[in-house]
Design a protein around this ligand. Structure first.
Ligand code: NCD
Length: 368
């Protein structure tokens, strides 16, 4: 059974397949109207959402399926202390596929490890958000006609912004991608992504503070919200919240075909006056989100129709390093902080420095 926990759970060929299905859905929506008849999607949302939950739900409805679920932890048995593992076993008796959003990093992975049905990570803490990435890729593919050979500016909260983490992982597999990482020092991309994705794959990137200076070279600008709910201190959030506000004036220096993306919700990092710029693509993104989630649901349920249903090999994830249990994850947002029964679990990341990676949230911890 397949799950989607991070973007590397799909190969580039499988992503191409989803994009091709997405294009076909846009052209021939009626072909897909009954493909999921009799199937149920469960949306298990322990954290607020507008777009992601409703786009999953409308995706399933447009495929002729139905939807059950909850939209806050308070209205589920999590409020009574039920574990993620137990919840997914229960949901597996009711639904055919589940999308889970959770404030704790690694929760959807724990669900997948215990699930009788495919699990989709709909966002886990500040970690990953693979379906937003599929949305972003679909948008870029439709607007630019390619996913390679681009300078991509990622701007804002690159530390807690899970959509940024997933997008870096996904784009790092295409030729000729260069990243310009634009953030305050306090909100830089986490080390595990820089070391294990960018450095290991020799992807060129620069870390800068100034959006203005970066602007002229960019082919895409991906703006993000400062993630207030993930800050340990409100004071720090207040200090950093207006780090970047994109205005029409700044865009005068941008290429004429530099599209502006944003996963939304926007707080104030893009002035409303930018919306009328033809390069503003964030509402197109929302449309693509529903389409690509339709394609994903079909894929995980093995219901992709001809001629797109060719058998493609699943990615080979390297899980050969043994799991060790003697370390403790230092990430306050890791799922292990709330699930006492869950064993602390790490794999060796770097022999020389004795660095280990938490299997749930990927935080790097040193064995002293
Ligand atoms: C994002 C998320 O939840 O991570 N929103 C979304 O799913 N479109 C971005 C955000 O909340 O800032």
């Amino acid at each position: 059974m397949r799950h989607l926990i991070d973007p590397m759970d799909l190969t580039v060929e499988e992503i191409d397949q989803l994009l091709a299905v997405g294009d076909d859905i846009i052209q021939h929506p009626h072909k897909y109207a009954a493909i999921c008849k009799g199937k149920k999607l469960a949306t298990l949302f322990y954290e607020p959402s507008t777009r992601t939950r409703l786009s999953f739900e409308s995706a399933m409805l447009e495929l002729g399926g139905s939807v059950i679920g909850f939209s806050s932890a308070d209205s589920s048995s999590a409020a009574k202390g039920e574990s993620v593992a137990d919840t997914i076993r229960v949901i597996g008796c009711f639904a055919d596929i589940a999308a889970m959003r959770h404030p704790k990093e690694g929760a959807p992975m724990v669900a997948a490890m215990n699930s009788p049905i495919p699990v989709i990570n709909a966002g886990d803490g500040g970690h990953q958000h693979p379906t937003q990435t599929l949305t972003d890729l679909m948008t870029i593919h439709r607007l630019k006609g390619r996913l390679d050979n681009m300078t991509v500016g990622l701007c804002g909260d690159l530390k807690f912004g899970r959509t940024v983490h997933s997008l870096i992982l996904a784009l790092s597999r295409y030729m000729g991608i260069r990243f310009v990482l634009i953030s305050p020092d306090e909100l830089k991309v986490p080390d595990y992504i820089k070391e294990e994705v960018l450095d290991k794959n020799h992807i060129p990137y620069t870390e800068v503070h100034s959006l203005d200076d970066a602007m002229p070279q960019l082919d895409l600008l991906y703006m993000t919200r400062i993630q207030r709910e993930r800050f340990a201190s409100e004071e720090e959030y207040q200090r950093l919240k207006d780090s970047y506000i994109l205005t029409p004036k700044q865009l005068e220096k941008a290429k004429p075909d530099m599209y502006i993306l944003h996963p939304l919700p926007r707080v104030n990092e893009i002035a409303v006056a930018v919306d009328s710029d033809p390069r503003a693509a964030y509402f197109t993104q929302v449309f693509c989100g529903k389409i690509i989630r339709m394609a994903l649901i079909m894929k995980l349920l093995d219901l992709i129709p001809e001629p797109f249903n060719q058998e493609l090999p699943a990615p080979e994830r390297d899980t050969s390093a043994p799991v060790v249990h003697h370390l403790h994850c230092t990430n306050p947002r890791c799922i292990t902080t709330i699930e006492q029964e869950l064993p602390q679990s790490f794999r060796l990341a770097d022999e020389a420095t004795k660095t280990y990676r938490c299997i749930y949230c990927e935080t790097l911890v040193q064995d002293k």
